[in-house]
Design a protein around this ligand. Sequence first.
Ligand code: SAH
Ligand code: SF4
Length: 396
Amino acid sequence: MPADSGQLVRLDAPATAHESRKPLFGLDAESLAALLTELNEPAWRGGQLAEAMYRQWITEIDAISTLAMHLRRRLTEAGWEVGRPRIAQVFRSTDGTERYLVECQNRNSGPAGAAETVETVWMPDGDGGEAGDENEARSEESSKSWSRATICVSSQIGCAVNCQFCLTARLGLQRNLTAGEIAGQVVAVMARHAVEVGRDRLNLVFMGMGEPFLNYASFMAAVRLLVREVGLSPRRMTVSTSGIVPGIEQFAKEPPELRPKLAISLNAPNDAIRGEVMPINRKWPIQSILEAVRQIQLRPRERITFEYVLLAGVTDRPEHAQEVARLVRRANFPAKVNLIAWNPGPGIPYSMPAPEAIETFKAALAAEGVPVYLRQPRGRDIYAACGQLKRTVEGS
Ligand code: SAH
Ligand code: SF4
């Protein structure tokens, strides 16, 4: 199966100056081999293309020196380009966090070549609460200013899920990202920071804009590219879902060597409150989510993360902590809770929790024996909240 079969376009149609070109980035080794066979070239040249794009991070066909000149020309004449998403704007926080607007070419709608952007975040020395559960040695002799880092990746432009506290929801769903656009965010940021694969401790969290399980095929195709072609480990990847039950059921069937860890955005102690803050709960209530999660064969030491956004007066009361503790115990699978203090956004009718409420909530869960972490807000000075940067910069 091609990584993104929607991108395989007729080879005999050369691109004109007005047409957007066809991206190679996003095609897996098999699809690249098939493409070269169609061009009457040996299939193994597909491996050279994959190596150039996914291991050497070359962004121009002309610069792929392992490919013969005539082949580079033929690919270009046939309308292909590397087409990796590009970092268009960088916002650097005083805490080292960088947020990017990453440009994707819109190939499906609007004027040809019009740029669309998504948010991607780089958090040096941060794990967003999602560090590997296994202990590991720190990489030594590094001249870098960071010893581990996390990239937060978007899966859609906007989101259709309509959680009441989330700014991305206000954008609505603009479109799904392709596998190349999802994996491309990661490679663009890795190239910017000269990440050394297999050496640096890099975590990926699919927690940016969008609901990955409503763009399941492209999301998983991106994971396969990142694992097989780029060389990253799925044990260092976490995907977060608002609780799309059919998506969780499909995820449970993925082979362990390709399956990231899972985080569920619980965000409320019971169905009544969850239905208010996350209307999707009326379709897939908490019990149905827990049953779907139980189908996943966890790896040794793997735990499911429950994310829990604290909204003042709505989800942050001591009795809510007791309910969450009972819920996690009854779930009956290895789990931990990541508390997140709500990040405010314009026009969203909630308030930030008081620091004492956060501490009390955390202590109550810990006292009940629930592993609990507080996710520190990163890059607040550059608009850290979900979806905030794009809206702030583009005024959309
Ligand atoms: N759509 C997926 C992944 C992206 S949202 C999901 O909902 O799980 C990633 C996390 O950010 C979710 O846990 C969500 O509850 C949280 N979030 C959204 N808006 C937020 C805000 N304004 N402040 C703090 N956390 C927020
Ligand atoms: Fe979408 Fe996640 Fe925001 Fe809900 S919290 S609207 S699912 S991005």
